[in-house]
Design a protein. Structure first.
Lengths: 193, 233
């Protein structure tokens, strides 16, 4: 077994292929971020999220030889988590739930627009409005918003996770921002801000 | 479940079910199969393009007035729709395959489609210049009746002696002209006046397949003023 602290993801993959016991370091490294990501994708139920994560880590383990070192390991495992979560929604015939954690919603101040969350006094109201807006926009726009502003991923990483060209990601993100602004306006956010 | 407990659950599952990573060759093979299929489909697309070029270049665009139609109507009827549909189908299969390769998703759909069409045109043009297309097309016409009825080709045009269009194979040569066995296996006595135009170095010999523009004089007599070889090339 090796010291995971000094190893990159890619080195850990190689180490796991030589000794399966090293896989625990990958699990340890990615459990929390992936759990947060699955919840952000709209899986409200903690138990379901754990089940999804189990599937994600087992699939990742089984497909370790398919990992392409030209992309980041984190992008690859996030892709598996994304696909597994979407497949869970389809299987259970449920719709993704809106993001609820206030700290996540507050990250939306990163969206460059004319609104300034800092000026707002009633953050609870803003949170509700953002929740409504996110609920109203299409899932494909929510996916890029989550990855860009909550997971803070680069365009290239989002491209690798969602398996879409970077140009398409940029377009989706622009449209997502426009849709959000339309939803904000619909809910008179400009009166609050 | 905390991270430690979760890690143990995963470890237990891997050990209990004796799970091992799928071998690398499995993924390589899958990727090669997808790429090979994409290449094969592109090659078939090139054959389609080559046949389209053959049909278009071999077509007689100047005889529309003998068929009592406008040039526009003639063009509209003569477009090889079947091959265009086949080409579009093959190109979309290529696109589907490329996007399902390991890094295929990085390419824009429009880019893959345009690339595939361009490649088919270039490679199809090369095949056309090598003359591969005519055999495919003629073989399909002979062997598949459905193909013959779906494609508007010279076989559908040069069978109207009453309109001045006749074709067939020379079976005998005489002083005033020759005897022709037409596409419907009917025998014609063809006269060739002195001012008859012999196009594209057509040779008068037994067994030669030709196209004739002229006038029907009798039930089995035809006077020609233009003779063309059956194939333009």
């Amino acid at each position: 077994m090796t010291d995971a602290r000094i190893q990159s993801d890619e080195e850990l993959v190689q180490a796991t292929l030589s000794d399966k016991n090293n896989y625990r370091y990958i699990v340890k490294r990615y459990h929390d971020p992936l759990l947060r990501y699955v919840l952000r994708l709209g899986c409200k139920n903690e138990e379901d999220s754990e089940d999804i994560l189990q599937e994600v880590f087992i699939k990742t383990y089984l497909n370790l030889n398919d990992f392409d070192p030209e992309m980041k390991f984190s992008s690859w495992i996030y892709r598996i988590a994304h696909n597994e979560t979407m497949s869970h929604f389809r299987k259970m015939k449920i719709r993704p739930q809106p993001i609820e954690k206030e700290e996540d919603l507050l990250l939306f101040e990163l969206i460059p627009d004319e609104y300034d969350m800092e000026k707002e006094s009633d953050k609870k109201r803003i949170t509700e409005i953002i929740q409504q807006a996110l609920k109203a926009i299409d899932k494909k726009y929510r996916d890029v918003i989550v990855l860009k502003y909550l997971e803070e991923r680069s365009y290239e990483e989002i491209s690798d996770i969602l398996q879409k060209p970077t140009g398409t990601i940029a377009t989706l993100l622009n449209r997502a921002k426009q849709r959000l602004q339309v939803e904000f306006k619909k809910q008179n956010i400009h009166q609050i801000l | 479940m905390n991270t430690e407990e979760f890690g143990k659950t995963i470890e237990t599952k891997i050990n209990e079910e004796q799970l091992t990573p799928t071998p690398r060759w499995h993924f390589l093979l899958k990727n090669y199969v997808i790429w090979s299929f994409a290449l094969l489909t592109t090659f078939l697309g090139s054959l389609a393009v080559s046949t389209i070029i053959f049909i278009l270049t071999d077509h007689d665009w100047d005889i529309f007035h003998y068929l009592d139609r406008s040039l526009f109507e003639h063009i509209f009827i003569s477009i090889p729709y079947v091959w265009l549909i086949i080409l579009m189908f093959l190109v979309s299969i290529v696109q589907y395959n490329v996007t399902h390769t390991k890094r295929g998703y990085r390419y824009k759909t429009s880019l893959v489609l345009i690339g595939s069409i361009l490649f088919s045109i270039i490679f199809g043009g090369t095949l056309f210049s090598l003359g591969i297309n005519s055999e495919i097309h003629e073989l399909l016409i002979e062997q598949i009746p459905l193909y013959k009825s779906a494609i508007y080709t010279k076989e559908n045009i040069w069978i109207f002696p009453e309109k001045g269009l006749l074709s067939g194979t020379i079976i005998a040569i005489n002083e005033n002209g020759f005897t022709l066995l037409d596409l419907n296996k009917k025998i014609w006595d063809v006269t060739t006046p002195d001012d008859t135009k012999w196009e594209n170095n057509v040779i008068l010999k037994i067994g030669e397949k030709i196209k004739l523009i002229g006038t029907q004089n009798n039930i089995d007599e035809f006077s020609t003023f233009v003779i063309r070889p059956w194939n333009k090339r």
